[in-house]
Design a protein around this ligand. Structure first.
Ligand SMILES: *Cc1c(COP(=O)(O)O)cnc(C)c1O
Length: 349
């Protein structure tokens, strides 16, 4: 079988949620961020597993993603839409009971006119300048808006993965300035913010990457294993080259395994001539360029060519691979393509 297998440990995800929930502290709820199909791992299975251990609030980027989460969970859990109330979303927000985080005066007007009485939150811009209502606008609309009883006021940190960055405190002060005295539930921290400490937690934290085993939550359990089938092996003589652009040349006679996954599956081209795959505990260097559907791996030193090689596993995390490619774990996870067979493991089977 030439389909690579992506194993997703749902017990590790739920354990990571529990750990982040403990870190969030007593009296603070911990929401699960499951945008982009739960960071590429499959939102339906992930949200059901999380709901079973007590997660009640979920965040996605788009209303369409919210619809998929509602379908997986049924009525009850709160599903929040970070992009807010976009034109054309009204019916979906209403019919599927999705809660938009309103980001602008335009969205606020749209929401209050189209869906009066329908729950919403407000996203405030505390300095990231990406999404959210700015201070001056907020001061103008807050008195009216607070009467409509938002379910929460939220904002997002720009530099939470750098604990000593002065931006964190600046944004914290701005968030206090914009929300103190409103009496409304507040949400400020994603994974990085949870690790910054209790003054960043407020009422609801929003855990994303930490659930999936990524930095900066260094104590997280590993979630993904990616095992890639070897589909051909060949012996190359000294001086022969491998792959596009003759990008690797054998300095000694070598045995090269051709493995069925490429950049169309999220193995970024930047991994060429740099990454390592694993046969159990033995590292095997990726040689030559990454093709669309294939990579080539030097297995000269193995006694036997294995049926598959791991690129994500006990010896190599999404962040390790991200470091080789010059990117972040988030991009590695969300790039894992649709061609992998996703296999889910959980204790109760
Ligand atoms: C993606 C996102 C999160 C989750 O962030 P992580 O770093 O993955 O924990 C939380 N809040 C907002 C607004 C986001 O866009």
């Amino acid at each position: 079988m030439a389909t690579a297998s992506l194993s997703i440990d749902l017990d590790a995800i739920t354990a990571n949620w529990r750990a982040l929930d403990r870190l969030s502290g007593p009296g603070v709820q911990t929401a699960a961020v499951v945008k982009a199909d739960a960071y590429g791992l499959g939102a339906a299975r992930v949200v059901r597993a999380l709901a079973q251990v007590g997660a009640r609030r979920f965040f996605v980027a788009l209303a369409e993603e919210g619809a998929a989460v509602r379908q997986a969970l049924g009525p009850g859990p709160q599903i929040n839409i970070l992009s807010g109330h976009m034109a054309g979303d009204t019916e979906m927000l209403h019919d599927l009971d999705l809660t938009p985080m309103l980001n602008s005066l335009e969205q606020i007007t749209r929401h209050l006119e189209a869906l009066p009485g329908h729950p919403f939150g407000v996203q405030l811009d505390t300095g990231m300048n990406r999404l959210g209502v700015e201070l001056a606008e907020w001061q103008a609309v807050a008195p009216i808006l607070l009467e409509a009883d938002p379910v929460m006021l939220m904002s997002h940190l720009a530099c939470a993965d750098e604990p000593d960055h002065p931006m964190n405190l600046r944004q914290l002060e701005m968030f206090h300035e914009m929300t103190d005295g409103t009496g409304l539930p507040r949400s400020f921290a994603a994974t990085g913010g949870i690790l910054l400490g209790p003054q960043y937690h407020f009422d609801l934290t929003r855990a994303g990457i930490g659930l999936y085993g990524g930095r900066p939550f260094d104590l997280s359990q590993r979630v993904v294993t990616l095992s890639l089938p070897v589909i051909q092996t060949r012996e190359v003589a000294m001086g022969e080259t491998v792959g596009y652009g003759n990008a690797w040349e054998a300095e000694t006679p070598a045995v090269i395994a051709t493995v069925a996954a490429g950049y169309a599956d999220g193995l970024l081209r930047a991994l060429g001539n740099g990454a390592v795959l694993w046969d159990g505990d033995t590292p095997c260097p990726l040689v030559g360029r990454v093709s669309m559907d294939l990579i080539t791996v030097d297995v000269t030193h193995l006694k036997e060519v294995p049926k598959a090689l791991d690129i994500l596993g006990p010896h190599q995390t999404v962040d390790d691979i991200a470091d080789v490619a010059g990117t972040i774990g988030y991009e590695i996870l969300t790039s894992l393509g649709p061609r992998y067979t996703r296999r889910y493991t959980e204790a109760r089977g």
